[in-house]
Write a protein that binds this ligand. Sequence first.
Ligand code: SDX
Length: 428
Amino acid sequence: MPEPTKISETVSINIDGQSYELPVVTGTYEEKGIDITKLRSQTKYVTLDTGYKNTGATKSSITYIDGENGVLLHRGYPIEQLAEHAEFLEICYLLFIGELPNKEQLDNFKAEIKAHMGLPENVKHILNALPDETHPMGMLSTVLSAMTGFFPDSLDSWTDEKVRWASIYRLLANMPVLAAYIYRRQKKLDYIDPDPSLSYVGNFLNMTFGNQDEKVAEALDTLLILHADHEQNCSASTARFVGSSHVNLFAAIAAANNALWGPLHGGANQKVLEMLQGIQDDGGDVAKYINKAKDKADPFRLMGFGHRVYKNYDPRAKVIKKYVQVVLDQLNIDDPMVEIAKGLENAALEDEYFSSRKLFPNVDFYSGIIYRALGIPVNMFTVMFALGRLPGWMAQWKEMREGKEPIGRPRQIYTGYTKRDYIDIESR
Ligand code: SDX
């Protein structure tokens, strides 16, 4: 484990003629943060950073992203190596524990997950009671919020470490069950219950499609790895923020799931496929849509492009792009959308509007093409993202819990009325 972050220097700020020294926190890769914990008590000033574009919310040792160089490490291991050599449950263990498991540790981890697999019949009744047109992410959030009802001991997941781990295993074990049930609910098919004798992804495929193709399972396992964690993204930060009120794990994860649903975040993979379909239906005119994406008067955005942190090619997108052709060839699928996606990417990467803003394909740009090839409906793409991101949410929540972090409660700059007296309705 690397050295804890060093507080080795300070910076001075000058306010109203007075100088203040603020400590500097230095990370593993020498990134610097000004610790403003005491800023307000010393100066009465707060900082303002809408969208937290320049604000570190915490110190974390789980994932490192070098956005300028397109680097992504989980506990120090490059995502490219993990995607090539590891399996998803190994990554889950790595994110929670901080080290890769040996065979015995991985076997025990898998045994715990299998031991916690299975959901009460009432979960199906909840899904059946929802309107047919309920979005799959809405179905998922509904059941995640109901989980404390099915497992009431999980209400103690903040205070009791044994219950905490039971809740982690329950979610890891049953998120694939929920995703498969939601697929069957949408298609009005009979539910297929989990078969713990199958692999993690094989079990998901069997519950979803009634069979499990080895090649599909391998591709899906890799996609889950590529989505597992991404430091302080919107949904992981939500898990930490909501969790900081000491609410139970299931509630924090339900909140994170709702944050992921948004089209600027995990919902982008569905929007990418809809965008590609729209371009294909409109004759496949790539140049037309590149111009629309650049036109400020046009609400059209190139979904799957751009990133808050990556100002280079998202390393996950690179792996997924390579995988697209492998999976399509394995499944003997010829998808015209691949050429449209590649055409958009080539045109954008050569266009000054995108290059000057350092807009590159992100994890969502090509993933939907694979999900569709695997038979996943477009409106379930974000559920697949949640399936992959679940260990990241829980690892971030666990780090916040073990770090005994305070409840999140940001300040503001007030811009409303000064104090004024109430006016009776007759005199308004
Ligand atoms: C994920 O945070 C994470 O780590 C997220 C994630 C994870 O694994 O958890 O990586 C997963 O959410 C990936 C992102 C998925 N979202 C999309 O693909 C939606 C399309 N992308 C954008 O909406 C946007 O790029 C964001 C939301 C991803 C990032 O937005 P920022 O950092 O707030 O940047 P911005 O919106 O201020 O854009 C900067 C400029 C603007 O132009 P100007 O005002 O400078 O003229 O770039 C333009 C934007 O208009 N721009 C785009 C664009 N993305 C940014 N223009 C056209 N098409 C786009 N996609």
